[in-house]
Design a protein around this ligand. Structure first.
Ligand SMILES: Nc1nc2c(ncn2[C@@H]2O[C@H](COP(=O)(O)OP(=O)(O)O)[C@@H](O)[C@H]2O)c(=O)[nH]1
Ligand SMILES: [Mg+2]
Length: 361
């Protein structure tokens, strides 16, 4: 399961968002210090296909969010201590930009850019500790005997240390391939993809649809201009109000604000994307379903997501892109027009592909 952790200083709106985004209200899970909830990934394509096929079941892609519930546990300290937290695939940093005398800010004033930087500094410092300890141990290992792999790891960690000492988060280093693999076991926090959620003041809620406008008004522009940054702006207080409305009223309310999606949906969708995931779709009278795969997944591996038997007996994938399907309106019409293609094992599945796997049983 894809897994993103909500991080931030106290009273920024993490738990408010967590409750709204996930099913945790109905089924609280998690041990001790954390709560885990599952969010459905919003997907307009799945909605449209469900309307056409009218299946018994509609199954969206999902993503798991974790919230810290232990009071006083915040920032990187919580991420390092709390089991199950540091294994997150991505971090979602909720930054407070709302003013409310009833909710005191621990630092005494509301300053989103300061808080965003302070959290980054905590992540960097925690990583520096991990990297330095590993380098110390390595020195002994290297004295005992060198190996090419050990030397490569040593070189990589040295580069990481320099970046961290200069206040650079590792996510900005553009690491890939073997280097990423070498670092994986350390679960370095500043290397994880980061989504910044700007929790706007109600007075600025009209900027929720535009990250640029929200960044401008909250002084976050310079921070967000840096490498590897993604952001979503919303107002948690208004999201609470939207969540209490009937779906049709909620839609009208969002439209009046110039938005097509709620802030919650934008956070979930951005987290999914940030994790490097996309969806392919299967359709039918029984079920319309979105399946999560990493970008760059082959048809054979996509088949394996559904069932190992389908992967083992893979013959061909019948594929049509969502847009082409919608333009024709039915599978039969796509077959006639030649847009329903037969693809082999190595075909790289595209976001929104509608697939039927032909397989031997
Ligand atoms: N005015 C205002 N209050 C908010 C907003 N978001 C959260 N709060 C309030 O701030 C307090 C702390 O929120 P919570 O979600 O528990 O923060 P956490 O400590 O980050 O989990 C609660 O009383 C919330 O109702 C917002 O957008 N505007
Ligand atoms: Mg909380």
């Amino acid at each position: 399961m894809l897994h993103a952790a909500l991080i931030g200083f106290p009273s920024t709106g993490k738990s408010t968002l967590f409750q709204l985004m996930t099913s945790a209200k109905d089924a609280p899970r998690g041990k001790g210090d954390t709560a885990i909830g599952i969010s459905k990934v919003p997907d307009l394509r799945l909605d449209q296909l469900t309307a056409i096929f009218n299946p018994k079941k509609r199954v969206p892609a999902t993503i798991e969010f974790t919230d810290i519930v232990a009071p006083g546990r915040t920032g990187a300290a919580a991420l390092v201590d709390v089991a199950g937290y540091k294994n997150a695939d991505a971090l979602v940093h909720v930054v407070r930009a709302f003013r409310d005398p009833a909710v005191p800010h621990p630092s005494g004033s509301v300053d989103p850019a300061r808080d965003a930087q302070a959290m980054d500094d905590e992540l960097i410092l925690a990583d520096l500790g991990v990297v330095e300890r590993r380098l110390e141990r390595m020195e002994k290992d290297l004295k005992r005997g060198k190996s090419p792999e050990l030397e490569k790891e040593n070189g990589l960690l040295g580069t990481c240390r320099t970046a961290l000492e200069n206040g650079q988060p590792l996510r900005a280093m553009g690491l890939a391939g073997d280097d990423l693999r070498r670092l994986r076991g350390f679960q370095l926090l500043s290397a994880k993809p980061l989504l910044v959620v700007i929790n706007l003041d109600e007075g600025n809620a009209d900027a929720a649809g535009s990250v640029d406008a929200a960044a401008e008004r909250t002084g976050m522009k310079a921070f967000l201009a840096r490498e590897g940054m993604r952001a979503v702006a919303l107002c948690a207080k208004i999201e609470l109000e939207i969540a209490a409305l009937e779906p049709a009223d909620a839609e009208a309310f969002l439209r009046d604000m110039g938005l097509s999606e709620s802030g919650l949906d934008r956070v979930i969708a951005a987290s999914y994307d940030l994790l490097g995931y996309m969806s392919f779709l299967t359709v039918g009278e029984d079920e319309c379903r979105a399946w999560s795969i990493r970008r760059g997944t082959s048809a054979l591996d996509a088949a394996g997501e559904i069932h190992s038997d389908i992967q083992r007996g893979f013959i061909r994938a019948e594929v049509v892109g969502y847009d082409a399907f919608m333009a024709r309106g039915s599978m039969a019409a796509c077959r006639d027009s030649g847009e329903l293609r037969l693809e082999g094992k190595d075909y790289l599945v595209q976001d929104g592909d509608i697939i039927n796997f032909r397989h031997a049983t």
